[in-house]
Design a protein around this ligand. Sequence first.
Ligand SMILES: Nc1ncnc2c1ncn2[C@@H]1O[C@H](COP(=O)(O)OP(=O)(O)OP(=O)(O)O)[C@@H](O)[C@H]1O
Ligand SMILES: [Mg+2]
Length: 447
Amino acid sequence: MSKMPRILVVDDEEAMRESLNDWLKEDGYEVGLAAGGQEAIDMVRGEPWEVILLDLKMPGMDGLETLKHLKEVRPDAEILMMTAYATVDTAVQAMKEGAFDYLVKPFDPDEIEILIKKIVKQKELILENILLRKKLEERDQFDEIIGKSDAMQQIFELIKRVAPTDSTVLITGESGTGKELIAQAIHGNSGRCYMPLIAVSCGALPESLLESELFGYEKGAFTGAEHTKRGRFEMAHGGTLFLDEIGDISLKTQVDLLRVLQQKEFSRLGGEESIEVDVRILAATNRDLEKAIIENRFRKDLFYRLNVISIHVPPLRERKEDIPPLAKASVRKCCLELNKDEVNIAPSAMKLLVDYDWPGNVRELENVIERALVIGGGKEIAATDLPFTGREPVSEQLPKSLKAMEKIHIERVIEEADWNISRAARELGIDRQTLYNKIEKYEIKRG
Ligand SMILES: Nc1ncnc2c1ncn2[C@@H]1O[C@H](COP(=O)(O)OP(=O)(O)OP(=O)(O)O)[C@@H](O)[C@H]1O
Ligand SMILES: [Mg+2]
């Protein structure tokens, strides 16, 4: 409904029609006039009147009867009854039949104006509500997460059950299995979905940086702290905080984090004031935290805090039936990004995809598909477009020097890890700093 709805006045008294006509037109409304019930019904059939001012007592078809017909013809029109003091009871009856409200004669223009504004406001709210609900239903279907396998179906069920609660969820699984996607689905299906989902990649930052990222800092807290900065906990207030790569945080940060989770309040670095937050925590890791606990690298108490509900995403090789739909979805996504017509996957290529072990899981699958689309260029992804057809195409051109080999190998691992340095370092079996040094030494660059 527009802010200036079209108004139909229905009254048998000509003087009343004329004065309402003058008032409303003066206020800028478009006005129609009907002298009786039947005329009103005919007019409403022909044109979309949005608000109807309807007299209760009219000869012939009375207001109540007219109301019923009008509601049948235009259920979304809002009807305001006009009544004399003596017939207020009937007006109340009319509201039960679907009238929006009533006005007792004599009334002044301001009263009508207030009611019309109320109608417009209410219509807006209803519309907004419908839109929100539609959006929510769309999110509900997890249409971004693909998974036919029993394991994934069980995960969907679990997401549905835990999403609306405020429980902390720990999502575990190998790299590239879709943990972040699951965190997004939990947030998206929760009551917090209109508030922010704030993600922190805990493994990517050194200890001091991570702490200031999480908790923020006050101006002057350390050299370089020129302004007060809000941390991720504050930013996530009312929403969800996703602590990614939680297995990588230092023991000191573990202690600080535990305190916040227990007390639900914290202070910014260098700050006195304690800040209270309402935040739902989701965490993810590709590490074996139970093993880390035994090796004293992860605090048991923090683990129990995080692991209230646990969702384990199995590696792709343990749910091979998910590979074909994932591969197809990847093709669709890549073709869209590369602005290409969608191509098929040849059955022989699909067999290779299904048979392969996927150490890098869905992320690796996406990379393989993208590469096949770029290098293949045909109408179809053929087995020969895949990097694991048995022959190793790059091997003939491999350099002899160890240094050059090291550079190529590091580049590959970093690319495969999507430039997630801590993950690449882990896969290479070196620490992050060593990897940074090598990146600098070999001048390895993104892309
Ligand atoms: N079930 C799935 N359906 C569709 N896409 C998926 C699925 N699982 C993973 N992906 C896609 O694979 C990629 C990797 O997923 P994601 O980043 O969620 O993995 P992760 O488990 O968080 O990995 P890491 O531990 O390395 O951070 C993303 O592009 C994601 O969209
Ligand atoms: Mg992740």
